[in-house]
Design a protein around this ligand. Sequence first.
Ligand code: PEP
Ligand code: MN
Length: 337
Amino acid sequence: MLIVMDRSASQEDIQRVVAAIEAHGLTPHPIPGELRTAVGVTGNKGAVDTAAFENLPGVLEIIPVSHPYKLVSREFHPSDTVVPVGGVPVGGTRTIVIAGPCAVETLEQTVTIAKAVKERGADLLRGGAFKPRTSPYSFQGLGDKGLDILAAAREETGLPVVTEVLDTASVELVASKADCLQIGARNMQNFELLKAAGRTGKPVLLKRGMSATLEEFLLAAEYVMAEGNPNVILCERGVRTFSDFTRNTLDLAIIPAVKRISHLPILVDPSHGTGKRNKVIPMSRAAIAAGADGIAVEVHHKPEEALSDGPQALTPDMFADLMKQLRPIAEAVGRSL
Ligand code: PEP
Ligand code: MN
C-alpha cells in the first residue's frame, strides 16, 4: 500500500501518518518526491484496512499495491535508483563495465588482469575469492586470502571490488574487504544470506537464479531492501532452457521488463550467460542496446590456464575491442560509457 500525501501536507502531517502506520504494527517508508511525499507501507500479511489512514490530515489518496514486491517497485520509488559502488555510480545515464577474472588465483594474476581492464576502461573489478563450484573437486577459491588479493588490486588500480559472498558466516568478512557483495545465481533464494547482506548496508549485486522468474528475482531483491538496504543492483546471467549451444540462455527481455516495474539498476553478465568467449561481445552489444545499465564480464590474460571458466573469458585484447564497440551503442541509446 502507498499513502500519497497532498502537495500542501506539512511535515507534521507526514509524521502523523508514519506514527499511525507504526501503531498498526506496520513499517512506514517515507518517499519524498519533488511535488509531494508518499509513504510506502510494508509488513502487512493481507489487505490493510485503509480507513485508519485515509482521513488523516494531508492524505490525498491510498493506492493498493497488488504485486507482492513493494520496495523494489516503481510505485514506491518512481525515479531510477543509482547505487554508488566505491564511488562509481551504477545506474543513471552512464553505463558501467565490471571486468575481471572468474576466480582470484594469485596476486600476480589478479593484479595483471586488474591493470589490463583498468587501462582499457573498466569501472569495477570482479573476481571470486569464495567460488560456488558444481564439483567439490574443482578449485574452490582462495577464501580470505583472495579478498586480500582483491584489496591489493584495488590499491594498485583504484578499481572498486565486487566479489561473491557464499554464506551468512562470511558476510561480515566479505563486507569488510569488498566494495560490493555479489550474491550468485545459486544463492538467489538463500533468504538468510539475502537478509544478512541487506543488514551490512553494502551494495549488493544480485544475480538471477538459473530458474528464477521475474517475480522471484524481484522478491529476492526485496529481501535485501526490506533490511533497510536500498543499494541493490540486479544482474541477468542467463537461465536454463533446452537450448544447448550456449551454457545458459541470456534472457535480455528481462531488461525492459525490470525497467518497467522496478527502479533498480540491472546489469547483464554475457560471460555466464553464454559460456563461450566468441558470443560475449555480440551479447554485450545487445545488452547495452536493450537498456542494461552495464555489463559484467570475465577477463583473463591466460584463459587457457584459468582455474575456472577459461572458455568464456575474454583476453585483454578482446576486452579492448568490446569497450570500443560498446561506446557508440551506449551513445545511440542516450547513454555514455
Ligand atoms: C560468478 O559471477 O562468478 C558466478 C559464479 O556467476 P553465477 O552466480 O551467475 O553463476
Ligand atoms: Mn565464472
